[in-house]
Design a protein around this ligand. Structure first.
Ligand code: SF4
Length: 170
């Protein structure tokens, strides 16, 4: 209940970030928290960050949901190939920009702000045309969070299997 009501307003964080980032670019490094959160929390919370706490997820579910044309998410966006190619492209673009900006907090922050603004524009266009959560189908951070969650489950299953074999041997 508390989570649901928080989600109703978390999209304001995204809007505030975009405005503040344009005025004071150094603040952009704060985006690192939202970028790492889906991956870091995945082993403990699964996809809960994406479902309940991500400001962009909230923006999609609260704002875009009201105006989407609801055509459905194109299958290509859900394929592993597309997700991996997009992740590599976006992260490479991001890393190159960071390399040039390194040493200057304002420039480094501006890289994050630019990235959030560009991805938000993509999110809005796809969200309105296809489905409010289209961006989330191939969001690099959500993708990596999903991989971490699957890996954790695989390790857990392997350990359980090993324990079961051990019990049988004893
Ligand atoms: S997939 Fe990405 S944008 Fe969507 S809720 Fe998760 S972290 Fe946020």
């Amino acid at each position: 209940m508390v989570m649901n009501s928080a989600k109703q307003y978390l999209w304001l964080v995204l809007i505030a970030f975009c405005i503040a980032g344009l005025v004071y670019p150094a603040i952009g490094v704060v985006a690192l928290v939202c970028m790492l959160a889906p991956v870091v929390t995945a082993p403990f919370m699964g996809r809960k960050w994406c479902n309940s706490f991500c400001p962009r997820g909230s923006f999609n579910d609260v704002i875009l949901k009201k105006i989407t044309l609801k055509k459905g998410i194109p299958g290509v966006f859900k394929t592993t190939t597309f997700k991996v190619i997009f992740l590599i492209m976006l992260m490479s673009f991001f890393a190159i920009q960071l390399t040039f900006a390194w040493g200057n907090w304002s420039s480094v922050g501006a890289v994050f702000v630019r990235m959030v603004l560009i991805t938000t524009i993509i999110d809005i266009i796809l969200g309105i045309y296809y489905h409010q959560r289209t961006w989330c189908a191939f969001c690099p951070m959500g993708t990596m969070g999903g991989w971490v969650f699957k890996l954790k489950n695989r390790i857990k299953k392997g350990m359980m299997k090993r324990d079961a074999v051990g019990d049988n041997v004893v």
